[in-house]
Design a protein around this ligand. Structure first.
Ligand code: FES
Length: 69
């Protein structure tokens, strides 16, 4: 089964919202986002996706469950 990761679940902020904020405020690093938005402040499982979002502009990331192996 495929799932899409679209947000920092702990803080309920979508990658789309983060991207919009980052572009408007010329933020290019995850540290910049963490300093001004409440993202990646708990489990930090969203960190690799936020980094990819900043690098590529993508806001949805497909993951595959281990059940498909
Ligand atoms: S999903 Fe972002 S801190 Fe948990």
């Amino acid at each position: 089964m495929k799932y899409e990761v679209t947000k920092c679940v702990c803080n309920n902020i979508s990658f789309e919202e983060m991207k919009t904020f980052a572009v408007r405020n010329e933020i290019q690093s995850i540290e910049g986002l963490v300093n001004v938005l409440q993202v990646a402040t708990n489990c930090r499982l969203c960190v690799p996706f936020i980094k990819k979002m900043l690098a590529t502009g993508k806001t949805k990331f497909e993951i595959v469950s281990h059940d498909e192996k």
